[in-house]
Design a protein around this ligand. Structure first.
Ligand code: SIN
Length: 288
């Protein structure tokens, strides 16, 4: 891993994943050299974090456009004045949060999003951290026999059971109201290799997740579930993870093809409001 950065400081959060970057003031503008180093840190660490950024929604959008085309989430409540930004909100009187199942965003799309840029606008004093897990580390630590079997597999992913009508059965609708919706748009089914070749790094990464993966292609759900459950548990071992404590003005940028994430729901009674912009990705290919 090349660590000789000249325009930023990069402090890893764990051996497997995550780094905090300093020396960056997004609102003041970023030169091409600094942006190239930020991108290198992103590829090396899979999720990067910034502190103390003071950004308007316009500046957030402008920065996101440096990373690629913006992908507007179909199901999250958009920021009213800036529909390119999705709200990840939990009010003090709400119980459920968004993102409290380990997942990677948009794997239900045939061309899944590259990543997201999450910016903290209101956070509880304690709680509301986000955990990230490395799907490179998860893959690399599997046995040769398991790797060999997984290389031959593809998996089906869907948005239907998470964002469609069926997802709302038995739930407290008042609690969800104003945050998630558009259930009729939850029609996406996609098939991806179970071990992908990362589009930037070329490294193999495990690509199944608890929220959106339905089953292995050609297998029944009953046959798939035990192996999927094993892989989910395996992928979230402590040594493959990092944990980020938010402050107002903190920002995370994660790579959906190399990470899973999980938003802790341990702050009932407090407001947490994040602005999320998601960036388009590319079709995924199987690792060799
Ligand atoms: C998400 O899953 O995109 C939200 C993560 C978070 O709120 O920390």
């Amino acid at each position: 891993m090349n660590t000789d950065y000249t325009t930023i400081e990069v402090t890893p959060l764990s051996r497997s994943i995550g780094a905090e970057l300093s020396g960056v003031d997004i609102a003041a503008g970023i030169c091409a050299k600094q942006f190239a180093e930020i991108q290198r840190a992103f590829i090396d660490h899979s999720v990067i974090f910034f502190r103390d950024q003071d950004l308007s929604p316009e500046q957030h959008i402008e920065f996101a456009r440096c990373w690629g085309e913006i992908n507007v989430n179909r199901f999250f409540q958009p920021v009213e004045s800036h529909p390119l930004i999705a709200e990840v909100r939990k009010e003090p009187d709400q119980r459920s949060n968004i993102g409290s199942v380990w997942h990677t965003d948009h794997s239900y799309d045939q061309i899944p999003a590259m990543g997201s840029i999450l910016y903290a606008r209101a956070v509880p004093e304690v709680g509301g951290d986000t955990m990230y897990s490395s799907m490179y580390a998860a893959y690399e630590s599997l046995s040769d026999g398991m790797k060999k079997m997984l290389h031959g597999l593809r998996a089906e992913h869907s948005s239907r059971h998470v964002f469609g009508e069926q997802a709302y059965v038995g739930r407290d609708l008042a609690d969800i109201n104003g945050r998630l919706g558009n259930t009729a748009a939850a029609t996406q089914d996609a098939h991806h290799p179970v071990v992908i070749r990362h589009p930037f790094s070329g490294r193999p990464a495990l690509y199944v997740n608890e929220d959106f993966t339905v089953k292995f292609e050609g297998w029944s759900k009953e046959e798939s579930q035990p192996l999927l459950d094993y892989l989910y548990q395996h992928a979230r071992q402590n040594e493959f993870t990092c944990r980020f404590k938010w402050r107002v003005g903190s920002m995370a940028i994660w790579d959906n093809r190399a990470t899973h994430h999980y938003a802790l729901n341990d702050y009932h009674g407090d407001l947490r409001l994040m602005h999320r912009i998601t960036i388009e990705g590319e079709a995924l290919t199987a690792a060799a």
